[in-house]
Write a protein that binds this ligand. Structure first.
Ligand code: ADP
Length: 613
């Protein structure tokens, strides 16, 4: 009784999500055909309503976390970064151009304007706070040109961008926040480089084809289709192509990537403590980064629904891979017997574990759903739907649900009081499991196993029953069980690209560090280390044992910032990348936490980059 996975797309889009999921055997939700809760993934280009989070079923996931607007709206981002600058110092939070939210900050802007106009030319860019795709943006030098009829931000215009053959460009970096509690962040290795289509020229500030890099603007340029020096046709490169460009320049590439990495982490830290816990959600964010002529990366904005339209070959390459890896990161299995069983056995029509359900009286009234009616007609063996329960029975049911769903996905705001009751009822459970129940699922599932299931053609060697151990839709536990370690070990020598399991994933040059140091690994496993890589998603947070610890309970922002600082300083001072397998053996427990440096083509281990030679 296993049901296909079902996805739901809001307003029929985006097409690439549909294509990727259908290719993987998912079915598309049809409201005429299916019950309201009969889906696994709901994808929307806009925010979900509160009620949609509150009514989530354990098998359902959403592609947005609640309350991320603090970084995805231009004015909120500016305000939050200003707050962090005040708290943690402007030298750390110096990666976004000075911004003013108008009309509120008008006087402050005026005083800054007067100050800078006394020096060399200064340029400003004005952007409506809640528009995207370059709409309503203009650049100005003279205050008299600043005219607006809606809330805007005015930002210092980065007037010395790094140019490629005279063309301005910015980077679209794809970031997946897998979890805010504990903070778990991945950055995709592929991304897009978006070019302006006319040569950069400060004497033509009104020429948007020279100053803005949005595709939505540049595809209307007369030069969009023409062959442009080095840039080529269209207005996009893949990040891989950009890496080739970097290699042809004398750039400390690692430091550039790490700075971008820092921007992502520092930006997420501004909201991470205030985003409610919702383990059923993922967030795919698009960070827009501009690099200036000094190779300093600047954050321009963060998009909560980065465009997934396929305009050109670079889009197809990058976005299809991105969505595929994102689905892998969510760690679905091929079918969803959890959803199916829940429908068949319980017949509930409300969330099964939820804050409201702490007391028996709030258990939803069971009713026969459309879905069950259909099933009942075809499946004679289904249990009869009950409409009345004694409180003790309800309690037992709650506990039974909880026992099952500790291993699966609890909905948002899982009631702590209820969680503690459940834990008391299962006295043998460890503290870890209590935490799991509150913070999220930690079923003992290895992502590499899940990946081999969800994408068999990536792992044709694993078609036997071993994969059937993972039979539910689970949020993976990033650690290995003994049994999984055994399976993984037997697969360790099979060349494989793109999975999250550490021993198989590391490039061959790291074979020397594959030796299992059991005690240390066990210590880390207790803290649920997320896989360091899933497809082309590289885990960038937590990046060492200290940040893992600092994010396990209440996020210790100060500690995280301290660690980031330390890492960047070490990267900045290193001379060259060299393998040090001998030293690896001697590393202490803290360094035993493997992370990859996001950015370079074959991402090296962070430990290799920062060791003094
Ligand atoms: P939108 O959400 O409308 O795309 P962005 O903030 O991303 O708004 O700005 C659009 C484009 O304008 C960017 O892709 C970039 O090319 C340019 N731009 C935005 N802000 C700046 C800035 N401060 N300095 C230089 N260029 C900028």
């Amino acid at each position: 009784m296993e049901a296909s996975l079902v996805f739901r797309l809001h307003e029929r889009g985006p097409e690439v999500v549909r294509e990727v999921l259908l290719e993987r055997g998912w079915e598309e939700y049809d409201e005429e055909e299916r019950e309201e809760e009969d889906w696994n993934l709901y994808w929307r280009g806009s925010a979900f309503r509160n009620s949609e989070y509150l009514n989530l079923m354990p098998w359902q996931r959403l592609n947005h976390h609640p309350k991320t607007v603090g970084i995805t709206r231009k004015d909120c981002l500016a305000r939050n970064l200003r707050r962090m600058r005040t708290t943690f110092g402007s030298s750390l939070y110096d990666f976004s151009p000075t911004a003013f939210i108008l009309p509120n900050d008008y006087t402050r802007f005026l005083s800054e304007y007067n100050k800078v106009t006394r020096g060399p030319s200064a340029y400003w860019i004005c952007k409506p706070v809640d528009l995207s795709r370059g709409r309503g943006i203009f650049i100005f030098e003279d205050m008299r040109e600043l005219v607006y009829d809606c809330p805007v931000i005015v930002q210092r215009y980065i007037s010395n961008p790094l140019l490629i053959s005279g063309y301005k460009f910015d980077l679209r970096i794809y970031v997946c926040v897998k979890n805010f509690h504990p903070l778990t962040v991945y950055i995709h290795q592929e991304g897009l480089v978006r070019f302006a289509t006319e040569k950069y020229n400060l004497s033509s500030l009104h020429n948007l084809f020279a100053h803005l890099t949005n595709t939505s603007i540049n595809k209307f340029s007369p030069f969009y289709k023409s062959e442009k020096e080095r840039v080529g046709r269209g207005c996009k490169w893949t990040m891989s192509k950009f890496r080739h460009f970097l290699q042809s320049q004398d750039i400390n590439e690692l430091l550039l990537w790490q700075r971008i990495n820092n921007i992502v982490t520092l930006t997420l830290l501004t909201i991470a403590p205030t985003v409610p816990s919702c383990p059923n959600c993922v967030e795919l964010l698009g960070f827009d980064i501009l690099i200036d002529a000094e190779f300093k990366p600047w954050l321009l904005e963060v998009n909560d629904s980065p465009a997934l339209t396929l305009d050109c070959q670079a889009d197809i390459t990058v976005k299809r891979g991105l969505i595929g890896d994102l689905i892998d990161l969510m760690n679905y299995t091929l079918t969803d017997s959890l959803r199916e069983r829940a429908f068949q056995r319980q017949g509930y029509n409300k969330p099964c574990i939820h804050a409201q359900h702490a007391s028996p009286v709030s258990i939803p009234v069971l009713k026969e759903t459309k879905y069950q009616k259909r099933r009942n007609q075809s499946l004679q063996t289904l249990p009869k739907i009950k409409t009345h329960h004694h409180p003790e029975q309800i309690n037992q049911r709650q506990h039974a649900f909880a026992a099952v769903y500790q291993r699966h996905l609890p909905p948002v705001h899982l009631n702590k009081k209820y969680a503690s009751k459940v834990v008391a009822a299962n006295k043998s459970d460890t503290d870890d499991r209590t935490l799991n129940l509150i913070l999220g699922p930690q079923s003992r599932t290895d992502v590499s196993v899940v990946n081999r299931q969800t994408w068999p053609d990536r792992a044709p060697w694993l078609t036997d029953n071993r994969s059937l151990r993972v039979s539910e839709v689970t949020n993976y536990d990033d650690t290995e069980t003994e049994a999984e370690a055994h399976v993984s070990f037997s697969l360790a020598e099979i060349p494989h690209r793109g999975l999250g399991f550490r021993r198989e994933k590391l490039p061959d040059i790291y074979s020397g560090i594959r030796r299992v140091r059991k005690e240390r690994t066990a210590a880390l496993n207790r803290q649920h280390v997320p896989p360091l890589r899933v497809g082309d998603f590289i885990r960038t947070f937590p990046f060492n044992a200290a940040t893992l610890k600092a994010s396990q309970h209440t996020l210790d922002v100060k500690k995280v910032i301290h660690e980031l600082h330390k890492l960047t300083a070490q990267l900045a001072s290193r001379k060259k990348l060299k393998r040090r397998e001998e030293e690896e053996e001697e590393r202490d427990g803290e360094e035993d936490f493997d992370s990859l440096l996001w950015g370079p083509k074959d991402p090296p281990l962070l430990g290799h980059c920062v060791k003094p030679f």
